[in-house]
Design a protein around this ligand. Structure first.
Ligand SMILES: [Ca+2]
Ligand SMILES: [Ca+2]
Ligand SMILES: [Ca+2]
Length: 181
């Protein structure tokens, strides 16, 4: 059972993927996001990195659709999204394969200088791609970067992601990692 806090965070995440703001996730939302990331990194549409990004988002979308679209209408409603997460958060092997693996791929997508982690500026770019104002990076990033070295490593980000999905502590810094929720 998802707690109210988890539902709020997952609703926020849903809204970040709902690029068309119509209350449903569609293939087009995932395409839009991949294109926005590519544009933010100045990747040409025909470049290998851009193609990799596009196929990764297409893959993510197909996985989500297959597992979450109970009504078989080729779109995922908030209700379906929450039910899907309720299931995978209760199964650590599914969580590792789907959420953690996707997080690592996303980290690579925003690691502009390819140093294996995300700076505050790279974090701001991630927020911006999801239509969250980059001003929130100033507010949330220092709390996320607990060792204050100006850098979120893959391990730090995975720990934050675990807290984002699982923590029911209203004061956990990770709750705010994508801005207000
Ligand atoms: Ca559906
Ligand atoms: Ca980086
Ligand atoms: Ca750090």
């Amino acid at each position: 059972m998802l707690t109210d806090l988890q539902k709020r965070k997952l609703t926020k995440l849903f809204a970040m993927y709902d690029t068309r703001c119509d209350g449903y996730l569609l293939a087009e939302d995932y395409e839009n996001l991949a294109k926005k990331i590519a544009a933010s990194r100045n990747l040409g549409l025909r470049s290998i990195k851009c193609q990799t990004l596009m196929s990764q988002f297409t893959h993510d979308w197909k996985c989500l659709l297959q597992k979450a679209d109970g009504t078989h209408d080729q779109k995922v409603s908030l209700k379906e999204w929450l039910e899907y997460h309720d299931e995978i958060l209760g199964d650590s092997s599914k969580y590792d394969a789907q959420i953690r693996a996707r997080t690592v791929a996303l980290l690579d997508a925003f690691d502009r200088d390819e140093n294996g982690g995300l700076s505050q500026q790279e974090w701001a770019e991630l927020l911006k791609v999801h239509d969250v104002s980059p001003v929130y990076a100033d507010i949330v990033y220092p709390a996320l970067d607990t060792d204050q070295d100006g850098f979120l490593t893959k391990d730090e980000i995975l720990q934050l992601i675990d807290d984002f999905y699982y923590s029911d502590d209203p004061n956990a810094p990770a709750n705010m990692m994508f801005g207000p929720y």
